[in-house]
Design a protein around this ligand. Structure first.
Ligand SMILES: [Zn+2]
Length: 263
């Protein structure tokens, strides 16, 4: 069985420490080198053996689930701006923009001042995506993120939007490497990520609702995405109100570090 290495530091999967969250039917490990948390088995193999949960919830579980639902305002209160809006506000005046995964409505809502490309690797979504692309004039490529990004010339992208994508991508490291190569020096990538460092995750423990998504493979904290970005010549920043520890998601903005010889 092929074990995935850590996406952040490439430390081998077998050296990673298994976490108690395996109790929720997920096999999760923490990299012993950098602390990144991920699913160590490549998808398509044992990753699909998602153990069914016992239907009966303990009283403690019920109470925590109720509390989680009762305080769900946390998820909306601090995230007024979506990634496409940040791109529209902070992006360059024109150029090619890629929406990885064709997240709901993005193709329609990304500013028309850009030439918009959507990468869509899941055929199940393609009808909606095609409709949105027709409305917006976007070009949709049926491909994975890494394959799609690699088709663009280096330093040719004004922006890339990855809305809840990097958590699901088995090739997350290559995707960030490609962002480092393909973004223009005045371009930016805007990522929305599940906040593994959130207070709610610590409080809810194995009951954190993001553990219920069987397709999640990578659980980033801000420091993980910073380290990965920095390795590939990108600087990560986190808008304060969009990356609070009380939020279950956070926004990361990645920009190429301009080489010293350009000054
Ligand atoms: Zn690591």
């Amino acid at each position: 069985m092929r074990m995935r290495a850590c996406a952040v530091c490439e430390n081998g999967g077998r050296a990673a420490r298994a976490l108690a969250y395996a109790k929720v039917g997920r096999h999760l490990v923490e990299c012993v080198n950098c602390g990144f948390t991920y699913v160590p088995v490549a998808p398509g193999a044992a990753a699909q053996t998602h153990a069914a949960r016992d239907g009966r919830l303990l009283l403690g579980d019920r109470l925590l689930n109720w509390l989680d639902r009762a305080t769900c305002w946390r998820r909306f209160m601090f995230s007024p701006l979506e990634p496409y809006e940040i791109l529209n506000k902070l992006g360059p005046d024109s150029g090619n923009v890629v929406d990885v995964g064709c997240h709901r409505d993005n193709l329609r809502l990304i500013s028309r001042r850009f030439s918009i490309y959507g990468l869509e690797a899941f055929p199940a979504f393609s009808v909606r995506t095609r409709t949105e692309a027709t409305q917006s004039g976007a070009t949709v490529l049926s491909t994975t993120a890494a394959e799609g990004l690699s088709r663009f010339p280096d330093r040719s992208l004004a922006g890339v939007v990855l809305h809840s994508h990097l958590e699901r991508d088995p090739d997350a490291r290559s995707v960030v490497e490609l962002l480092g190569q393909k973004l223009r020096f005045d371009g930016l990538a805007v990522l929305k990520l599940a906040n593994y460092g959130s207070l709610n995750r610590r409080f809810m423990g194995k009951r954190w609702y993001k553990f219920n998504f069987p397709e999640y493979l990578n659980y980033f904290r801000k420091r993980d995405i910073s380290a990965l970005a920095s390795h590939f010549g990108l600087e990560a920043s986190f808008p304060f109100m969009l990356s609070l520890p009380t939020d279950d998601n956070f926004i990361a903005i990645l920009k190429p570090t301009i080489p010293i010889e350009i000054y």
